[in-house]
Write a protein that binds this ligand. Structure first.
Ligand code: ADP
Ligand code: CIR
Length: 342
């Protein structure tokens, strides 16, 4: 394997931190599951417009390829290699009101966490049999969910394209054919082993075997972050009764993309900021100050439509779940205050 040929204008963290020395040091290493440097960097090599460009194959990847992952983790989360991650998913600690009680700006709120099963490699190198086993374990556990969390599992295989497209358009289901995931090996055997569980109201959902083995999601109309968080916290603890998630003291929950480590939580709102979004510099200054990320209306790598943005916490590691939700709340309060003043 040769040192990759990055285009001159490449701005990915892979390009920044995979120096020739780091490459030489790591190029012949392998994790116990057989994950190599070539596999870790393929997404960023094939997609030079990546913001990050690397994925892990297992928990050990983060140690074996530490010379590459550590500086990326430091830059993205501000989290050093000697630090410990702590979790706090206690909804009672979220002392907050609805930041938009009249419903003038926030259309909907969604909080998701990523999880992977202990005892399995990550989706980048999981075998078809293992993936099918993960699907079985998770979908069986969900069958016993009660009350508000009660629902049904819908495998992707056999789903009509009309239903699939409707679910994607309404923001409930993952999209198909993402080129970043494709190059990371995460779309192998598609659509086998993939699917979505949801309750009747589609306020509690679980994606199975997409970028992570589980994406556990709570969402609803309006801006009640606390209610969405409370439902998610309950659902995660119910799932934990039936399965063990992959985690470490240092990195928290282990995910295939290093941006999701730690809490693996992305708490977001769809928010209409017609005036503020016209002043790009001011908009970015506020989101940077409150550690928020701006995405488009159809999620990552999509554009905004009609002045509506997807705003979410950027940090997920070295902060607790409660702090992730507070990052969103504090930032959204400020965005609404400034929007009103313009
Ligand atoms: P993820 O959040 O799982 O990392 P994406 O950024 O691709 O992945 O988002 C997944 C889907 O969730 C997309 O359809 C996106 O529009 C939708 N979504 C994200 N935040 C919200 C929200 N606050 N309200 C409604 N839909 C949302
Ligand atoms: C990329 O590098 O652009 C993709 N692999 C996604 C990285 C995670 N997303 C993000 O921080 N916006």
């Amino acid at each position: 394997m040769k040192y990759p040929n990055f285009p001159k204008d490449c701005k990915s963290m892979l390009c920044k931190y995979l120096t020739k020395d780091v490459f030489e040091e790591l190029k012949n290493r392998k994790t116990p599951n057989g994950f190599t440097l070539e596999m870790a960097i393929n997404s960023g090599v094939k997609n030079p417009d990546s913001s990050i460009g690397v994925y892990a194959g297992d928990k050990e990847s983060y140690e074996v390829f530490d010379l590459l992952f550590d500086p990326i983790i430091k830059e993205y989360h501000g989290f050093g290699k000697d630090e410990k991650h702590t979790s706090d998913f206690d909804a009672k600690k979220l002392d907050m009101d609805n930041p938009d009680p009249k419903g003038e700006f926030i259309l909907s709120t969604r909080i998701r966490v990523g999880r992977n099963l202990d005892g399995f490699p990550l989706g980048t190198i999981i075998s078809k049999e293992q993936r099918d086993e993960v699907e079985k374990i998770v979908s069986n556990a969900l069958k016993s969910f009660k009350d508000e969390l009660q629902g049904e599992y819908y495998p992707l295989k056999g789903m009509t394209s009309t239903i699939q497209e409707k679910l994607i358009k309404e923001h409930f289901l993952f999209k198909e054919g993402d080129r970043f995931l494709e190059a990371a090996g995460l779309n192998r055997d598609w659509p086998e082993g993939r699917g979505i569980f949801h309750n009747i109201d589609k306020t509690f959902l679980v994606w199975i075997n997409e970028e992570d083995e589980l994406r556990i999601i709570s969402m609803q109309q309006g801006g009640d972050i606390k209610e969405v968080f409370t439902r998610l916290s309950l659902a995660v603890s119910e799932l934990e009764k039936d399965m063990k998630f992959l985690k470490s003291d240092h990195l928290g929950y282990i995910t295939s993309c290093p941006t999701n480590l730690g809490t693996a939580m992305r708490a977001s709102v769809h928010i209409k900021l017609s005036k503020l979004s016209q002043n790009k510099e001011l908009f970015k200054n506020i989101t940077d100050k409150f550690h928020l990320q701006i995405r488009g209306i159809h999620g990552e790598h999509s554009e905004s439509e009609g002045g509506i943005f997807d705003i979410s916490n950027r940090r997920r590691l070295g902060v607790t779940e409660v702090e992730c939700a507070k990052d969103l709340y504090n930032g959204v309060k400020e965005l609404i205050r400034v929007e009103k003043s313009l």
